[in-house]
Ligand binder design. Structure first.
Ligand SMILES: Cc1ncc(COP(=O)(O)O)c(C=O)c1O
Length: 448
């Protein structure tokens, strides 16, 4: 029979039949039952290994098909390098960014254009630089620099984005974890830390379609984070990384409350630094990044920036503004991304549902946007699941990667990134994943 997409090893498996159905409750299973399951699963696993698969669901990046949606960027200037205000974008200067590019940032972050600074191709770089300013130079003069005040700690909702944790680790900042819930970080824990520990100087956030859980912070969570500036140390800064601000899979995906508006109401504008980029809108390696901040924060940031550059790549800013001239163009482009991503997410979620809905083997959120599905296995199983999957030809993000210092204390979280493989490849990879979760869980229960 021809393979569905002509690629080797991409036809789905039906491993869940091993249990005569999908029910699997380890907490109540007898030792005898577990031994039988283990033997069936080991057999299924060996059959999978024999297929010589080579699949990868680790990469949180756009597929080539998605990148191609923005290929019109190339050549769009057609030798016209002038911005709307006459700026020759080929030349030096323009530390704030072109006015129309600040407008694009304003569209993404729902803040006034005057609050936006346009950077280079990476919001992560802006976040690193924002931490650099806070750590060495201070947003309110040299005395306010974090380095002057002993131990510096950051609140890290977990599971979270590994590169955020690498930024704080690079500065020697101590990371204090709080659990992510379905409505955002556990705010009781966050508030209690901020009130009780003056060494807390910052907090990471991915507020819409969080990396990796996919949750959208509730209005109440956003409001409570905006209010932290009232009780925190004056040099405390919320890092609000809105990387997936417009990356919904469906039109009815939950909206995110506007933290800028709440901060304005509460007088806490200085406590929040916002970030976004077009990395997962246009070309991930050649996009445009944005930061939004209060006038005081922007002034301090630009002082650092002007010592390190004469200005950003304004040609690319102009290309992006021509390619995405308004909200309607942005929506149309994001709808095309969603059309490519949605079936991939649906495949992951339906495989998880089919295998684990009626079990005590794991839990997960159902993201309505973003790039990830986060799976919590039974405690102590994540490393073994990832190892088993790798040996069956399916590469998963290393267990622990979603926690500071790469250490998941419960060894249970696994991040699944379905954007790059085809739907058939994802289906096969998920079938392998399911067998590995079951096998690792049963073996753990048996003490193997
Ligand atoms: C939450 C989050 N922030 C930032 C980034 C990177 O953004 P950029 O390409 O703008 O540096 C990613 C990429 O995966 C991400 O998941």
């Amino acid at each position: 029979m021809p393979r569905p997409n002509g690629r080797p090893g991409s036809e789905p498996l039906h491993s869940h039949d091993i249990f005569g159905g999908s029910q699997l409750y380890l907490d109540t299973a007898s030792a005898e039952q577990c031994k039988q399951w283990e033997s069936n699963l080991a057999e299924a696993y060996q059959a999978l290994q024999a297929r010589g698969l080579n699949l990868d669901i680790t990469r949180g990046k756009p597929s080539s098909e998605q990148l191609s949606l923005s290929d019109a960027l190339d050549g769009i200037l057609n030798n016209n390098y002038r911005a709307a205000d006459g700026t020759d974008t080929r030349n030096y200067g323009g530390l704030d960014g072109l006015p129309e590019a600040r407008q694009l940032g304003s569209l993404l972050m729902d803040v006034p254009a005057e609050a936006v600074l346009v950077g280079g191709n990476s919001s992560l770089t802006l976040m690193f630089q924002a931490a650099l300013v806070a750590y060495y130079f201070g947003y309110a003069g040299a005395e306010s620099a974090w380095q002057n005040h002993g131990t510096v700690k950051f609140i890290c909702p977990v599971p979270g984005y590994d590169r955020h944790f690498t930024v704080t680790e690079t500065f020697g900042i101590e990371m204090v974890t709080v659990p992510m819930t379905a409505t955002g970080p556990d705010m009781d824990a966050v508030e209690s830390l901020v009130k009780s520990d003056p060494a807390i100087r910052g907090m990471w956030n991915v507020p819409r379609f969080s990396n990796p859980t996919g949750v959208v912070y509730s209005d109440e969570t956003v409001k409570r984070i905006a209010a932290l500036g009232k009780v925190a140390h004056p040099s405390f800064r919320v890092f609000w990384d809105n990387a997936y601000a417009v990356h919904q899979l469906t039109d009815d995906a939950p909206a995110l409350a506007n933290i800028y508006d709440y901060c304005r109401e509460l007088g806490t504008e200085d406590s929040v630094l916002q970030f976004a980029s077009t990395s997962k809108i246009t070309h991930a390696g050649a996009g445009v990044a944005f930061m939004a901040a209060s006038p005081k924060n922007l002034a301090a940031f630009k002082k650092m920036l002007s010592a390190s550059t004469i200005g950003p790549d304004k040609e690319n800013q102009l290309r992006h503004c021509k390619f995405i001239p308004d909200g309607a163009a942005l929506k149309a482009l994001m709808d095309k991304h969603a059309a490519l991503l949605k079936p991939r997410f649906e495949t992951v979620l339906s495989k998880l549902e089919e295998a684990f809905a009626d079990s005590d083997l794991g839990s997960w959120e159902k993201p309505q946007g973003g790039y990830f599905v986060s799976f919590d296995a039974r405690p102590g199983c994540a490393h073994e699941i990832v190892r088993l999957a790798a040996e069956a030809g399916v590469k998963l993000t290393p267990a622990g990667a979603t926690f500071p210092y790469g250490k998941d204390p419960e060894n249970r979280n696994i991040r699944i990134a379905p954007s790059v493989p085809t739907v058939n490849e994802i289906a096969t990879a998920m079938d392998v994943f399911v067998v590995c979760v079951k096998l690792a869980s049963v073996r753990k229960k048996l003490g193997k």
